[in-house]
Design a protein around this ligand. Structure first.
Ligand code: NAD
Length: 739
């Protein structure tokens, strides 16, 4: 047998070490090859009396990231080809047979009669953790990098290689459902407390202990394969069962608005599976998995949230030929709300930080922010006291610009005022190394204009963070007219170092994300002025898949900021660019009612000191017309909210603001939560077809006006029956779009 992905070694006691170590990859994944090789090993183990047991570990830094999603995409694509040649039924059967192979292999291992132990160091996720769950004993290392989990729901799938069925038999159903629905990566101690793993040990003791467990007669039979097995939470048809499943269904609907077929299927698998013997339960799981794999939601989410995101994270947009630049020390000027956050994430990534503000107090305040955030992490047990001290030791807070002299990159986050920014550019460049890069975190000012204050505009770039910086994963990199490749390359390297996802955007008003967000909020404002009840606007937005309604979102970014944007839009583009109904609403709220948003606890919502926010009752008094909710077309309201954003995204492509369609979709989901089940606004248009989208938008334009008119690009795609991804490339076509 040739060993490519796994190395095996049989010791004197008959214990086979299986070390997973795929060549040419930094991380092990379950590819078709790796699965076939593992299957061969499993058969050898079962058939060779000299082998008493198996210890599976990894030869890499991590155990494994799970299934190769491009392989899953391939299986989904099989459906399309089979359907075309052999019909629907045969196609569905082919996908079922293909997609259950891993589940069957794991069941074979579980019932082989030989004990298998998983020794896990580093991350072990998805299909790899499903392998561990099929093993008879699990030991994880106490290394800070170790995590186990089943994150499949995050890409529109659910654990389909027995993971769902096994977790439901290992944990009480509430805990199982919670774990499966959240898809979290779980730390060793918590995994042990949940009984997902059996032991937590220092990594150098794991293999020895695993072998001991086998030598001491470790049992190769799972509890559910023994007579008299009792489910940890009792039978489904029992009082505790009734207290679990109906509420679980309600929670699913509350959290997902029934937009995620994978999560719905997973609930069904748990509910049905717990009433069936193991093998039948696994078959039910496989049937649902095959169906979910063929869903447009899974195809779109895998493409955007896994394939495209990974490509962008790995530097897909890094200019070819731009060499490596040093990146050890980063200066941040302006230690306010944003600058302090940028300082924290930069120091967290292990880089040296110089935090400069107008005086020592202001600079210290910025550093205090980092102290607060990292202390919370220590309190949660995620970071040790010494790591906290080291992080704070990396941040120098000072009013002295001279401290920036040896920085590789300086990011300014001072007031949004071109004059102040120009002064800062001059002061920084007076001390900065010739080859260092200067970046601005401006949210509205053109980079090309700001770079005019620079002596070296080719080393000037926009790095636009979103707030709160420590939570938001997206960073927009803004390329000004004179920004050079090295500046962009270093900005990309920096974003990679701080583990965020970059999109590269042309210098233009609102860049990408804010343009779409503004369109979303405008729609919410206009609905309100038309007389739609505020609660309905917010609920409809969530039904459409948005994480927060437009009114709530506006409260977060501040209502007076909305008004400022209206003022600057008028100044730059004239009266016609401003919507009078929106302006009147915001002026009344800000100038007459003093309602600025969450920051002063009064916006569209009231924010009491204690308790939950609630919509401000006074909103109804601002509505000149009040529409009867019973008469409103909910689907139309939903469409308005998504179509407005998707049209704006399509415009950014036509205008060359976005040059890579993957970035629009990834940016929209990470930047403002565009309904993730769609895979992003362009994937959404592609999935329904440009022609249908244009018809939908035109119908809205007839009722609500020109803002819903499709641009020339959309009309052209519609006329030619093309898609964004088809025309502009990027990642592969989603599997089921071809179906
Ligand atoms: P802020 O008012 O909280 O912070 C600005 C900081 O800059 C203050 O601490 C101030 O003392 C300091 N400062 C001003 N002039 C300075 C100078 N000459 N030298 C050194 N320090 C100086 O503002 P913020 O919300 O953090 O915004 C900063 C920048 O980030 C702006 O350009 C803004 O458009 C952009 N931005 C903000 C957000 C957001 O959500 N607030 C999001 C993205 C980008």
């Amino acid at each position: 047998m040739t060993e490519t992905n796994f190395r095996t070694d049989l010791d004197a006691d008959g214990i086979l070490s299986v070390v997973w170590d795929m060549p040419g990859r930094s991380m092990n994944v379950l590819s078709a090859d790796a699965i076939a090789e593992l299957a061969e090993i499993a058969r050898r183990v079962a058939g060779d009396a000299a082998i008493k047991g198996v210890v599976v570990s990894s030869g890499k830094k991590a155990f494994s990231g799970g299934a190769d999603l491009t392989m899953l995409e391939g299986i989904a694509r099989l459906y399309a080809t089979e359907k075309a040649t052999r019909g629907e039924e045969a196609a569905a059967k082919a996908v079922f047979e293909e997609s259950r192979k891993l589940s069957q292999l794991y069941r074979f291992i579980e019932t082989s009669g030989k004990p298998w132990v998983a020794a896990i160091d580093g991350v072990c996720l998805g299909g790899a953790f499903e392998l561990a769950l099929a093993c008879h004993y699990r030991i994880v290392s106490n290394d800070p990098s170790t995590r186990v989990g089943l994150p499949e729901v995050k890409v529109g799938l659910f654990p389909g290689a027995g993971g769902t069925t096994r977790v439901a038999r290992m944990l009480p159903p509430q805990d199982a459902l919670q774990m499966l629905m959240k898809g979290e990566q779980i730390r060793p101690d918590k995994a042990r407390a949940m009984r997902l793993v059996d032991e937590v040990l220092p990594k150098d003791q794991m293999i020895g202990r695993a072998k001991d467990w086998i030598r001491e007669g470790g049992k190769a039979v799972k509890p559910w394969d023994e007579k008299g097995f009792k489910l940890p939470g009792g039978p489904v048809w029992s009082k505790p069962g009734f207290m679990t499943f109906p509420p679980a269904n309600a929670i699913y609907r509350r959290e997902t608005q029934d937009n995620y077929p994978a999560i719905r299927a997973m609930l069904q698998v748990v509910f049905d599976g717990l009433q069936l013997p193991m093998d039948l339960a696994l078959t039910v799981e496989s049937r649902h998995f095959a169906k979910v794999l063929r869903s447009p939601e899974a195809a779109a989410m895998i493409r955007t949230l896994f394939v495209s995101m990974q490509e962008l994270n790995k530097g897909a947009r890094r200019p070819k030929g731009a060499g490596e630049l040093p990146l050890k020390k980063v200066g941040i000027v302006g230690a306010g709300f944003m600058g302090a956050g940028v300082g924290y994430v930069t120091a967290r990534a292990g880089l040296e930080v110089v935090l400069v503000d107008r005086d020592q107090d202001a600079a210290d305040k910025g550093k205090e922010h980092a102290q607060k955030l990292i202390s919370t992490e220590v309190a949660k047990g995620r970071v040790s006291g010494s790591e906290r001290d080291a992080l704070l030791g990396r941040i120098t807070a000072t009013p002295d610009y001279a401290a920036l002299a040896d920085c590789d990159l300086v990011i300014e986050a001072v007031f949004e005022d071109p004059k102040v920014k120009a002064e800062v550019v001059a002061k920084v460049e007076a001390v900065l190394r010739e080859d260092a890069i200067f970046a601005s975190n401006t949210s509205t000012l053109p980079i090309t204009g700001l770079a005019k204050a620079s002596k070296r505009p080719e080393r000037f770039v926009g790095i636009h963070f979103f707030s709160p910086v420590d939570k938001m994963l997206l960073v927009e990199l803004i390329v000004g007219e004179r920004t050079g490749d090295e500046a962009l390359a270093l900005a990309l390297d920096y974003v990679r170092a701080i583990k965020k996802t970059p999109i590269v955007v042309k210098d233009s008003r609102g860049f990408f994300a804010n343009r779409c967000v503004i369109a979303y909020m405008l729609e919410g404002h206009l609905m309100l002025t038309e007389g739609v009840p505020a609660a309905m606007i917010e609920n409809v937005a969530r039904q459409a898949g948005m994480p927060v309604g437009p009114l709530s979102l506006n409260d977060e970014v501040a209502l007076d900021l909305g008004l400022k944007i209206i003022d600057s839009t008028r100044a730059q583009l004239g009266d016609a660019a401003v919507n009078p109904a929106q302006e009147k609403l915001l002026r009344t709220l800000v100038e007459k009612e003093g309602r600025l948003g969450r920051k002063n606890r009064k916006g569209f919502y009231d924010y009491p000191e204690q308790g939950k926010k609630s919509l401000w009752p006074g909103l109804a008094d601002l509505q000149e017309t009040k529409l009867d909710p019973e008469t409103l077309d909910v689907a139309e309201l939903r469409n308005r909210l998504l179509v407005a954003q998707a049209l704006e995204a399509a415009r950014t492509v036509e205008e060359g603001v976005i040059t890579d369609v993957r970035e629009a979709d990834v940016g929209a989901i990470l930047g403002f939560g565009f309904a993730p089940y769609t895979g992003g606004p362009l994937s959404w248009i592609d999935a329904m077809g440009a022609e249908r989208f244009v018809r939908l938008a035109s119908a809205l334009a007839e009722i609500h006006g020109e803002r819903f008119r499709s641009n020339a690009l959309l009309l052209d795609l519609a006329a030619k029956g093309e898609t964004f991804y088809g025309r502009f490339g990027g990642a592969s076509e989603p599997a089921s779009a071809a179906a």
